[in-house]
Design a protein around this ligand. Structure first.
Ligand SMILES: Cc1cc2nc3c(=O)[nH]c(=O)nc-3n(C[C@H](O)[C@H](O)[C@H](O)COP(=O)(O)OP(=O)(O)OC[C@H]3O[C@@H](n4cnc5c(N)ncnc54)[C@H](O)[C@@H]3O)c2cc1C
Length: 451
């Protein structure tokens, strides 16, 4: 097999015949059984170039992957591909004065949050510390800072890439501006990213935490959140989650092993303002837990309590135009339905603020998110039957919320099978196709949402 001839690397390569193959090929989402022709753990830009040249010379594809959180969306047969792991490219250099960070393509949200917080700064990251910053930002990227600062993709200042011809380049507003445009929100199919420079934001104080009630209160809580968030300042963000929690020690006793409805909220600003803002939610009483209060900036990326360890998962998302009283009633009915039992999470994430406005000039492929809320339905899928049940339940959620759904989809939170063109305005989608044809005419790079 041609992969036997892989060049010498600073990192390492693992072939199907090697002992470590099963560990090396396993993505964070262990429900996805990816079986590439070889796995390369790149430790340098030169390694990435060597892999691209080798793949090109031997008729193979290259599938860059950092953590494998997006492995479900990759959803292609990798037998003719080298899986290019970037996790060893994990350097972080914060320039506190310029308020930027230079990071390797394998850096996770948690690592960047800790490094930036040492300087009183924060990056626009997602809600889970284990997600890769590059994968998140290439697909858009929405988190606690987004209602104030917009999409993570538009915080990118420059990108180090290896293009499909094997060349290493740095792209920005002046150098390869088309490629720079495409990678910022258009996903990872245009080039292999080896590093990024990102804007950071000063954050003086943060309050965040979770308030939870029994799931029976879902309709009531959602209605309260609907009114509460209508005029909320942009520095306040809320996520409502209906969760089926496992009976494990790590979960606080009052909610362990239960189905709950939780509001996870974060406020970027003085603690006394946060207390005043959270008061209406507390007012109804009946909470099982209430952890909302001052936290360290670095802890923002863990406050939602997303699972950090790999596990088998399936899920799908959609956008809602707005959270209307009818949409609240529809969610309440879906949560009470039998299909819901297959899910471990139904999330409604508040958007708006800077996300809803066109980004400043010079933005990437995704300038705004034309929706008020993002919905995600997911579950733990240890076997095929569980996976099928989750897919069916998520389809039920999609159907039940169809009257309230926005046209746009978000690449980051949709499973494979959703038309990625729906993430963009038609002219942007056409421009992305032209850029792809120019930079990877042979389709060497395999990416999530590439069709
Ligand atoms: C538990 C969980 C929580 C999440 N929370 C959020 C959230 O709060 N906000 C949000 O916006 N999204 C969130 N997501 C979605 C997440 O942003 C996407 O799944 C993202 O693609 C993951 O990036 P990754 O690098 O970790 O995953 P990977 O599977 O490693 O990468 C996903 C894709 O990104 C591209 N890619 C990654 N690295 C490179 C590279 N070096 N060069 C070129 N392309 C590359 C590839 O196309 C790859 O297939 C979450 C996902 C999970 C599973």
């Amino acid at each position: 097999m041609t992969t036997d001839l892989l060049p010498d690397l600073d990192g390492r390569h693992v072939l199907p015949s090697d002992d470590g193959y099963d560990d090396a090929r396993r993505p964070w989402n262990t429900a996805i059984d990816q079986r590439p022709a070889a796995v390369v753990e790149a430790a340098s830009v030169a390694d990435v170039q060597a892999v691209v040249r080798h793949a090109r010379a031997n008729g193979l594809h290259v599938a860059p992957q950092s953590t494998g959180h997006g492995a479900e969306a990759l959803a292609v047969d990798l037998r003719g591909a080298i899986l290019l792991r970037t996790s060893r490219l994990n350097a972080i250099a914060v320039d506190a004065e310029a308020r930027t960070a230079r990071i390797g393509a394998g850096v996770t949200g948690g690592a960047l949050a800790r490094a930036a917080a040492e300087h009183g700064l924060a990056a626009t990251l997602g809600l889970a510390p284990s997600v890769g910053v590059a994968g998140l930002a290439l697909g858009g990227g929405i988190g606690w800072l987004s209602r104030v600062h917009g999409l993570a993709s538009n915080a990118i200042r420059s990108i180090d890439v290896v293009t499909a011809d094997g060349a290493a380049r740095t792209v920005d507003a002046d150098r390869d501006p088309d490629l720079f445009f495409a990678l910022r929100g258009g996903g990872g199919r245009f080039a292999i990213v080896t590093g990024l420079e990102l804007a950071l934001h000063p954050v003086d104080a943060v309050s965040a935490g979770m308030l939870a009630w029994p799931a029976e209160a879902t309709g009531e809580v959602l209605e309260q959140v609907r009114r509460w968030t209508r005029d909320a300042p942009e520095a306040l963000s809320a996520v409502v989650r209906v969760l089926s929690l496992p009976p494990i020690e790590a979960i606080p006793a009052p909610i362990r092993g239960r189905r709950i409805v939780a509001v996870v909220a974060a406020y970027l600003g003085p603690h006394h303002d946060a207390e005043r803002l959270i008061a209406p939610l507390r007012g109804g009483g009946g909470t099982l837990v209430d952890t909302f209060g001052p936290i360290a900036i670095a802890d923002l990326v863990t406050v939602a309590g997303d699972p950090e360890a790999p596990g088998p998962a399936r899920g799908d998302g959609l956008l809602l135009k707005d959270l209307t009283p009818d949409a609240v009633a529809a969610v309440e009915a879906l949560v009470g339905g039998a299909a819901f039992d297959a899910l471990t999470i139904l999330e409604l994430r508040q958007l708006g603020g800077a996300l809803g406005r066109p980004a400043p000039a010079g933005h990437g492929a995704l300038d705004r998110v034309d929706a008020g809320w993002a919905v995600f339905a997911g579950g733990s899928a240890p076997d095929a039957a569980a996976a099928d049940a989750i897919v069916a339940a998520a389809a039920g959620i999609r159907e039940g919320l169809a009257p309230y759904a926005a046209e746009q989809v978000l690449l980051n939170s949709t499973a494979a099978g959703v038309d990625p063109a729906r993430a963009f305005a038609p002219e942007t989608w056409a421009r992305l196709a032209r850029i792809h044809a120019a930079y990877d005419p042979d389709g060497l790079i395999l990416a999530a949402h590439r069709t």
